[in-house]
Design a protein around this ligand. Sequence first.
Ligand code: SF4
Length: 494
Amino acid sequence: MFKKYDQKQQFLLPLSLEEFVPENHIARVLNDLIDLVDISDIESTYSEEGCPAYHPRFLLKILLYGYLINIRSSRKIEQMTQTDTAFMYLAAMQKPDFRTICRFRSTHLDSIKEIFSQVVTFCKEMDMIGSSISIDGTKVKANASPRQSKSSDALKKEIDKILKESIEIDKQEDEIYGDSTPYQVPEELVNKQKRVEKIKAAMKKIDEEKLKKVNITDNDAKIMKHKDGSKKPSYNCQVAVDEKEQIIVASDVVDEENDLHQVVPMIENVKETLGYKPTIVLADAGYFSYDNVKFLLDQEIDAYIPDNFYEVEKRGKTKKFRKSLFKYDPEKDCYYCPAAFEIPFTRIQKRNDEPDLRYYVCKYCSLCVLKNACTESENRTISRDPREYLMENMRAKLNTEEGTEQYQKRMCTVEPVFGQMKQDRGFREFLLRGKRKTKIEFLMMCTVHNIKKIADFMKREGKSLKEILNMITGRGNECRNKGGITARKASMVR
Ligand code: SF4
């Protein structure tokens, strides 16, 4: 016996789009949230005249849903609106072609900043955000081949080669057409001209930014080392993640390989989105600098950032006595070594753009029984940056029980976020090129990450979006960003 299988059967009642996706499907949450987002900026760019356009709200929904399930190409999204029930539901059975989707994405890229901000504000209203954040970065490959990263000399050679080939094509054309003009410039020549233009733009970038190499396909991408040791043209994607529900409260894409200069912009970014500064900031040693620690101290933010040698010294991996075994006495401006000898200040080293470095040299090493464990030089020398107290205070804080506990939270706050983006959503390479566009593409990934967290939160709390919105209304909260997801719109949700 089999169940009845008839592809030609007729339905008595018309199908409802509501039945295309199950009740608790993530596409519904995304749909309802994007229905509440203010997209007046996008809408205002459409003309009242001419052929009616596809509604920007549904184009936004299918784009974001694509990013959520690792379908980012506009051709693939077009295909999915014809075959996938969740896409059909979001598009209300409309089938825009890939050019429309692609044009929408490139025209309205900048509006995603406002949408990201509205979704974060909604998370804030739902009490999904606290005030402890972790900052981290990950390298994501640019949409460019490593073979297209070239030095100035290699670029000049390539231009010479193209010019020679072009002259050859011209000669062949002359032989075929004589004095008469061919109808069109040969495609090969057009492609070569385009290539020369790209190379010239790349050479300009090398000159202006004093770079060793530049990628011809994506001039803004830089060769960066990834965790697996490979080197690829990439961007450094930064996030600030709130501890409470792993909501991304700020993001950025930079072309600097290290994270050293990202603390200040990320904190400013967080303040702009949340309307307040975090009380606790956690970050790994890549973010440690005296300037960063001082900035956070001045902002009265409780920071937990180890320096580069903290872990090495803690694990006892240094060959000789580590510097932290030498105690500094600020009153006498001297160190005391492990053998209890006083090490006096001896000389200064001038530095450009940095405070002078102070040196302290021990005079008793030749008499010391610990010398073999301490130094290979005649006398042990200790250097001191006048800002070193910032590092010492930070180490002292990290060494307390509370400090260790706080810092450990970093790992389970920010690291899973990159895992979810890369493993679950396949975000290992950008689709778009250039710093401006990659920033926005990453912001889209961050927006769908937050939408997924909202869906998880609703599931865990056993509440619908409407119930949550009513809850917010009950608390009398008001949305702070212009016309965004507001409690006042609760009635719009099923
Ligand atoms: S070698 Fe010099 S600096 Fe090191 S413990 Fe001995 S006296 Fe102190």
